[in-house]
Design a protein around this ligand. Structure first.
Ligand SMILES: NC(=O)c1ccc[n+]([C@@H]2O[C@H](COP(=O)([O-])OP(=O)(O)OC[C@H]3O[C@@H](n4cnc5c(N)ncnc54)[C@H](O)[C@@H]3O)[C@@H](O)[C@H]2O)c1
Length: 266
């Protein structure tokens, strides 16, 4: 399954890609012909059926167990990716956590704040810093409009600007990622590294299992103009769109992939 650096295949890193939205992104980018590199705290055997299915589809991938919050894990992961593939074209910052217990804002613990903000915001900040330094040293690919050195896509949430007082640390971490997207986009535009943000609404994954019944009732009640659960593939297709060469005068932008939930209604 190894692709030599000379093979010319584009390479995408997906954090938290073993299941859920991250795996949906892996399926879509794999189908687009990317070689994939996944960093996840789960072991490969935890979601063996997902990777068997990628293998069956002929997708070239590298899997490493580790955390975006650990400097050593980030660095050894990138070293493995470079050893195997020689470059990184796309970084999808998808790994994220919800609070272990949903508590009212007035009862939020410092431990929960540190866990959620430390993973979602700090982990993503330093994962991005490491990978874009690698991208900066790479040659431009594709001639269109000056070509690209890389693409970074941050998976945030409708929670960037929808208040949930019982998981405020999550909202704060995702709002932080919205400005992180813009400052990285600003800093890297001249180097032709493009940075985007995708805000999923309610997507059917392990993360939403605890609130499945509540959200199903909201869908039935018409809260979401497109009245169905979002699927990981919905996010994967949006990532795929940002990775193609059709947004070469666009950076620092976000797109809601939320069934129209963001629309203010009377
Ligand atoms: N499911 C939704 O409705 C929804 C909505 C908006 C945003 N999101 C965001 O989408 C992303 C994926 O969520 P999901 O719904 O697929 O949840 P999930 O819990 O199924 O998947 C998250 C993945 O990230 C991995 N992960 C967690 N911490 C990590 C770490 N420190 N280092 C490396 N990997 C780590 C997990 O092991 C898991 O594989 C998250 O950032 C989440 O906040 C989800």
């Amino acid at each position: 399954m190894a692709a030599s650096p000379e093979s010319g295949k584009k390479v995408a890193i997906i954090t938290g890609g073993s299941r859920g939205i991250g795996y949906g992104i892996a399926e879509c980018l794999g189908a687009d012909g990317y070689a994939l590199a996944v960093l996840d705290i789960n072991s490969l055997s935890d979601y063996a059926e997902n990777f068997a299915s990628l293998e069956k589809a002929g997708v070239d991938f590298l899997y490493a167990q580790g955390s975006i919050t650990e400097k050593n894990d980030r660095e050894s992961f990138l070293a493995k990716v470079l050893e195997r593939y020689g470059r990184v074209d796309v970084l999808v910052n998808n790994a994220g956590v919800a609070p272990k217990v949903r508590l009212d804002l007035l009862d939020m613990t410092e431990e929960s704040f540190d866990y959620v903000v430390g993973t979602n915001l700090k982990g993503t900040m330093f994962m991005t810093q490491l990978v874009v330094k690698q991208m900066l040293g790479q040659e431009l690919r594709g001639g269109a409009q000056g070509g690209k050195r890389g693409v970074v896509i941050n998976i945030t949430s409708s929670s960037v600007n929808v208040s949930s007082p019982n998981r405020a640390e999550y909202c704060m971490s995702k709002a932080g990622l919205a400005i992180l997207t813009q400052v990285y986009a600003d800093r890297l535009a001249a180097d032709r590294i493009f940075v985007y943000e995708i805000r999923p609404g309610v997507i059917d994954t392990d993360m939403t299992r605890v609130v499945h019944e509540k959200y199903s009732k909201l869908i039935e009640a018409g809260t979401f103009p497109i009245a169905r659960w979002g699927e990981p593939r919905d996010i994967g297709l949006a990532v795929s769109a940002f990775c193609n060469d059709k947004f070469l005068y666009t950076t620092g932008n976000y797109i809601d992939v939320d069934g129209g939930f963001h629309i203010k209604r009377l």
